[in-house]
Design a protein around this ligand. Structure first.
Ligand code: TMP
Ligand code: ASP
Length: 234
C-alpha cells in the first residue's frame, strides 16, 4: 500500500490517504503535547513506541473479538488502518479517579469506581474538549442513540480486556480515551491506544507510566513508554 496525500494532521499523528480507498496509513509523530497543545515538545522515539504499543493493544482487542480499525503495522512508526468517518466525540472510561475528574468533582485521587465511569467529551480543542451528557451527544447529532449505546458497550468491553491483560503485566489501567468511527454504517474503534491516551500505573509501586510524566514534568518520560512496551509485548 502506498501513501498518497496527507488528509489530516493532528497533534500526535498524521493520517495519509493511500492507493486503496478503504485504507489509510496512520503515522505516529514524535510530538508530545498537553493542555490543548500549549505544552509541546518533540521527543525522539515517541512515535515508534506509540505505534508499537498501539499495534499490540489493537491486536489483542481483535483477538478478543472487538472490531478495530487496525490492519497491520508497516513500519516503525506507521500502521495501516481502515478508513473511517470519525465521530466528534471522545469516550473516556475511568476505573480510578485521576486527572480532570479529580479537579472537576473534588473526588479523592485514587478512588476506585466499580462499575467504571463512562464519559463523553466533544473533540474540539478550541472549546477545550468539554464534557457531554448522553443527551448532548444526541441533541448535537454527534452520534445516534444506538451509537451511544454501542460506544458505551464497546468501551466497557475494551476496559475488561485491557484491564485484565495489563494487570497480568503489573500495570493498573486507571483511565483511557477511545475514539470511534463508522464504515458502511458499522461503528468501529479507531485512533490509538497508547500511554498518550491512557493512564497506566505500576500495580505494585504506583509509579506513573504514561503521558502524565510529561504533563507534570516528572522526567523519565520515554523510559516509562519503553517499560510499557516491554510489558505489553511480553
Ligand atoms: P482527563 O483526566 O484529562 O479527562 O483524561 C482522562 C483520560 O483520557 C486520560 O487517560 C487521558 C485521556 N485523554 C486523551 O487521550 N485525550 C484528551 O483529549 C483527553 C481530554 C483525555
Ligand atoms: N486534550 C489534552 C491536550 O490537549 C489531552 C492531554 O492532555 O493529553 O493535550
Amino acid at each position: 500500500m502506498k501513501k498518497t496525500t496527507p488528509l489530516y494532521e493532528g497533534k500526535a499523528k498524521i493520517l495519509w490517504e493511500t492507493d486503496s480507498s478503504d485504507h489509510m496509513i496512520q503515522a505516529f509523530k514524535n510530538d508530545a503535547t498537553a493542555f490543548d497543545g500549549t505544552k509541546h515538545e518533540v521527543v525522539e522515539e515517541k512515535g515508534i513506541l506509540n505505534n508499537k504499543i498501539s499495534s499490540h493493544l489493537f491486536g489483542l482487542l481483535e483477538d478478543e473479538g472487538i472490531r478495530t480499525h487496525f490492519v497491520e503495522t508497516i513500519s516503525e512508526n506507521e500502521m495501516v488502518v481502515l478508513r473511517l468517518d470519525m465521530l466528534k466525540v471522545e469516550v473516556v472510561i475511568r476505573n480510578v479517579a485521576a486527572g480532570s475528574l479529580v479537579r472537576r468533582l473534588g473526588v479523592k485521587e485514587g478512588t476506585r469506581f466499580d462499575p467504571p465511569i463512562v464519559e463523553f467529551y466533544l473533540k474540539d480543542d478550541v472549546l477545550h474538549d468539554p464534557i457531554l451528557s448522553e443527551e448532548h451527544v444526541r441533541a448535537l447529532d454527534l452520534a445516534t442513540p444506538e451509537q451511544v449505546d454501542t460506544m458505551k458497550r464497546e468501551a466497557l468491553a475494551v476496559n475488561v480486556v485491557l484491564s485484565n491483560f495489563l494487570s497480568q503485566r503489573g500495570i493498573d489501567l486507571v483511565d483511557f480515551k477511545l475514539e470511534f468511527g463508522t464504515k458502511n454504517g458499522e461503528l468501529i474503534l479507531g485512533d490509538e491506544i497508547s500511554p498518550d491516551t491512557c493512564r497506566f500505573h505500576d500495580s505494585s509501586t504506583g509509579e506513573i507510566m504514561d503521558k502524565d510524566r510529561f504533563r507534570q514534568d516528572l522526567g523519565g518520560f520515554m523510559e516509562a513508554y519503553h517499560e510499557v512496551l516491554n510489558r505489553v509485548s511480553s
